[in-house]
Design a binder for this molecule. Structure first.
Ligand code: HEC
Length: 134
């Protein structure tokens, strides 16, 4: 969405606007802010794909994942984030994670993460699993 409005912060505002629109309208399909109920067991298996770059308790190519749900973006100690993500001001709610995993570079232009999960159920499963790793 709106690739030319290059400020990550602006994109985030756009995402939030969509999310609140979805809530007030009770709208569902394929809008940001819509998250399916995930299965943490399936999510744990699916999360192995993330382990190419992420671990729970240590930073690798990507920041560590423990405690991710509810954490502020760019907050894993010792990880060198892109400026874009460090300044994005996002809280990793399930809704924001769902948007992120659809296409990180659309949500936060300039991020260093280039990996997405196209299947909505798989995204929900991964988010449900990560919520258990507090
Ligand atoms: C090819 C490497 C790679 C893969 C695979 C990958 N990521 Fe990432 N991820 C990164 C990098 C690099 C960053 C840091 C981005 C930045 O600083 O802009 C990141 C950042 C993140 C963040 C932001 C964390 C924070 O502390 O703000 C989340 C959330 C995330 N990844 C989730 C996932 C999930 C879930 C998966 C699996 C579905 C995944 N990533 C797969 C490389 C990867």
């Amino acid at each position: 969405m709106r690739r030319n409005w290059s400020r990550a912060g602006w994109n985030f505002v756009g995402v939030m606007a969509l999310a609140s629109f979805a809530m007030t309208q009770g709208a569902s399909p394929a809008t940001a802010g819509t998250v399916l109920v995930g299965d943490p067991v399936a999510g744990k298996a699916a999360w192995t794909a993330c382990q190419a770059c992420h671990e729970l308790d240590s930073n690798k190519t990507g920041p560590k994942h423990r405690g991710l749900v509810g954490r502020k973006a760019g907050a894993a100690p010792g990880f060198k984030y892109s400026v874009a993500l460090a300044e994005a001001g996002i809280i990793w709610t399930p809704e924001n994670l769902d948007t992120w995993l659809q296409d990180p570079g659309t949500m936060v232009m300039g991020t260093k993460m280039f990996y997405s999960v196209s299947d909505p159920k798989q995204r929900a499963d991964i988010i449900a699993y990560l919520a258990t790793e507090k």
